[in-house]
Design a protein around this ligand. Structure first.
Ligand code: DQA
Length: 142
């Protein structure tokens, strides 16, 4: 089974960016840990700070059956991007929304997710472990 992880804007700065909110671990280090925890799963990873590039990647891999699921942390685009929501609605591969922080406990503008209604489900607030929980959600037996 293969899973695609997509990180949106500013998530390239994980480990450096607001460590009190997002922790001290870089995503590279986290990916090493994830790969060692799930050696039987193939993980591909894509990060972009650009809305259109995220949409292009969803289109490129959303119809080919290559991935059992896509784990998407759309960053701030979560709260603003109808275009990413439309792309998720358009594709066939299920998408799981993740957030490192508990967005519901933060500023009101972060409470609204435009992508949540078109995702298979959402996981937030468990730090980087939110991604591992999303892997469990995709890999769980039917
Ligand atoms: C985030 C939460 C968003 O509100 C924020 O804009 C991010 C990261 C999270 O993972 O907690 O960039 O998606």
């Amino acid at each position: 089974m293969d899973i695609l992880i997509i990180n949106g804007p500013n998530l390239n700065l994980l480990g450096v960016r607001e460590p009190a909110v997002y922790g001290n671990t870089s995503f590279d280090d986290f990916m090493k840990r994830l790969r060692s925890l799930y050696p039987h799963i193939g993980f591909d990873f894509f990060q972009s700070n650009h809305e259109g590039a995220i949409i292009d990647r969803l289109h490129a891999d959303g119809f080919n059956g290559r991935y059992a699921g896509i784990i998407l942390n759309a960053g701030a685009y979560t709260h603003t991007s109808l275009a990413i929501a439309d792309a998720i609605a358009a594709i066939e591969t299920p998408v799981v929304e993740v957030h490192i922080s508990n967005v519901a406990a933060r500023e009101e503008i972060r409470h609204r997710s435009l992508i949540a209604p078109v995702c298979r489900g959402s996981i937030a607030g468990f730090g980087l472990d939110s991604y591992r929980l999303a892997v469990e959600a995709i890999a769980r037996p039917e």
